[in-house]
Design a protein around this ligand. Sequence first.
Ligand SMILES: [Zn+2]
Length: 255
Amino acid sequence: MPCKGIHAISSGPVEFPELVYSFVICDDKTVMIDSGVSNSVMDISFLDKLDYLVLTHIHVDHVGGVSELVQRYKPKIILYEGFSKYLEDTTHLNASARNVLGDLLDIYGEVDPVKGGEFLEVKGGEELKLGKYTMKIYYTPGHAKHHISILIDDILYSGDSVGGRYNGIPFPTTPPPLDYDKYIESLRLQISLNPRMVGLSHGGFVSSNHMEEHLNQLIKGDYRVNIDLGGTAGELLNKLLEINYSGIAKSQNAK
Ligand SMILES: [Zn+2]
């Protein structure tokens, strides 16, 4: 049966499945945005095909499932120009993740190389017809210099370019190496798109005023948040938040 509608799918590790979300948009063409961690509990058994797999950026918590998805569905993989090579050989990707994330990488799992993937490299500005809807691609650097965001049916899929949100509290998604000025610029660009909803990789679907709230907390320097999730999930999130704060501190010190 063809899939229908829009889905936010938990694709984090078993310790905190909602740490990462992937999104599936079903039209004549089926699109998935990001693929979670390698140790993901993602359930996509409802998918009988996948035409496009968009990677907002190639950090380990967004590309963990790619090799499996390629084997199963052979989607076209859409990502920023020049970065396919880091999926064909994931040595560099895993090593830099180890460097930034430390033992969190053991919880996420290392990324397997992608064999036989068909890549469609983009720069931003492209539009692809999906059926009823069109997928628009925007270049949104800052979190990573190769970050892209996607607009489909007036919903923005922002990856890690406009922060995350748990318990109704926005937080920065800014691990080192961060380009703070570009992050702010990309955030402003996406606010100007005025989408009806935003799909956050770390938070799921939220209303679009999340983006202004996040911008304001950065401008005020008020970005250290207290999100109490409790238990293992809470510990994981707190570790991740400390890494994200350190990205802002390092980028400010470098100025
Ligand atoms: Zn992420």
